[in-house]
Write a protein that binds this ligand. Structure first.
Ligand SMILES: *Cc1c(COP(=O)(O)O)cnc(C)c1O
Length: 370
């Protein structure tokens, strides 16, 4: 069999997929450039590292690794249900919230059906849609933010999923509760709204939205959240959704029986209870955001105001050469050309020292490229 034939055997959705490009791993840059000091601000990871309590929970569990994990995630689901004031039957656990997005696509999309999302929205939405053989409909953004009216205009009776990331990645833009509720209420009953709240924990009380309380009015609403960002567990891969019990039941049938490993389950349960760590993470983020934006102002640069743990910086020139020059100085950030933002870099908020290392490198690179 030739490779060409193999490619043709793949389902059309898979053939047309463009692979997701992750942030460059630190080790890769070390190998390529032989640098010793590297700062990675590219994947919206928590710069504090996992909490000490999580590390000790993981250590305690290591003797159990020959056993299968609890396929129902009983303890974590119970803790989440209590914290969020929902029932365990409304919760679905995923191998990262990305898996939940994929489960939604596999459960609700097939050939001839459509998903709707915004321009500049998270790159996983088209991947899961196309892999399911369905069609993407992309609404133009306004000023880099979701235009809910434009999105609604693309919804028809073939639309099964609408993805809304709030705050959105890579722009950091945030929609108001009032606008969101009106939007969800205007969707046909045949269309689910997937509200992706990966950065929910970074919102302050004034911005914070009680989207979970909307579930009782909207049986077609699915809220996804994750332990990858503010809870500092990106490497363990664990996230969840909250929805009607009917939707959760369907996702639960489609998922693999042991989609969450035992270390992730225990770590997430511990992280959820560690309020001090979450508080410190959010506070560090708030300070880092102001450190970076003050520096951007001083450099005469513009950025998109962000409600998350990253900021999209507008260089007003092609961003790739700046990205490359930063790599050579040991700083990894994220170019966002694939998001139709070729003049932007997305910077994850780091520790004060990491942020300063980046700011100094950026200032040097911009001075050289003038
Ligand atoms: C980071 C991110 C996620 C979370 O991915 P995980 O699979 O939970 O690590 C989901 N949605 C958006 C928009 C994100 O930026």
């Amino acid at each position: 069999m030739t490779n060409n034939l193999i490619a043709q055997l793949a389902v059309p959705g898979a053939q047309a997929l463009v692979p997701y490009v992750p942030g460059k791993p630190v080790e890769e840059l070390e190998r390529e450039l032989g640098l010793s000091q590297i700062v990675k601000l590219a994947s919206n990871e928590n710069p504090l590292g996992p909490s000490a309590k999580v590390l000790s929970a993981i250590n305690q569990l290591s003797t159990e690794l020959s056993r299968y994990p609890d396929g129902n995630g009983y303890r974590l689901k119970s803790a989440l249900a209590k914290k969020l004031n929902v029932t365990t039957e409304q919760i679905t656990l995923g191998n990262g919230s990305n898996e939940i997005l994929e489960l939604l696509a596999r459960t609700f999309l097939q050939v001839g059906q459509e998903s709707v999302f915004s321009q500049h929205a998270f790159a996983v939405y088209p991947i899961v849609t196309q892999a399911a053989g369905a069609t993407t409909k992309i609404a133009p953004a306004v000023n880099y933010a979701h235009d809910l009216d434009a999105m609604l205009a693309l919804v028809n009776l073939n639309t099964r999923l609408v993805f809304v990331a709030n705050p959105n990645n890579p722009t950091g833009t945030l929609l108001s509760s009032a606008d969101l509720k009106q939007f969800i209420g205007a969707l046909p009953e045949t269309c689910l709204c997937v509200l992706d709240e990966a950065y929910y924990e970074y919102l302050d009380d004034a911005q914070g939205q009680d989207s979970i309380s909307w579930l009782k009015n909207f049986p077609n609403l699915v809220i996804t959240r994750t332990f990858s960002k503010a809870y500092g567990l990106a490497g363990l891969r664990i996230g969840y959704s909250i929805s009607s019990t009917q939707i959760a039941d369907l996702l639960n049938r489609v998922r693999q029986p042991f989609n969450n490993n035992s270390l992730a389950l225990a770590a997430a349960e511990t992280a959820l209870a560690d309020e001090q760590y979450l508080h410190d993470s959010v506070e560090l983020n708030r300070q880092g955001m102001s450190q970076l934006t003050i520096a951007f102002s001083a450099l005469g640069l513009e950025w998109i105001p962000s409600a998350a743990n990253f900021v999209a910086l507008n260089l007003q020139q092609p961003a790739l050469p700046v990205y490359q020059a930063l790599l050579e100085k040991g700083v990894i950030v994220r170019p966002v050309g694939v998001y139709e933002m070729p003049e932007f870099l997305r910077i994850s908020i780091g520790t004060e020292t990491e942020n300063q290392f980046f700011i100094d490198a950026l200032a040097a690179v911009l001075a050289e490229t003038k």
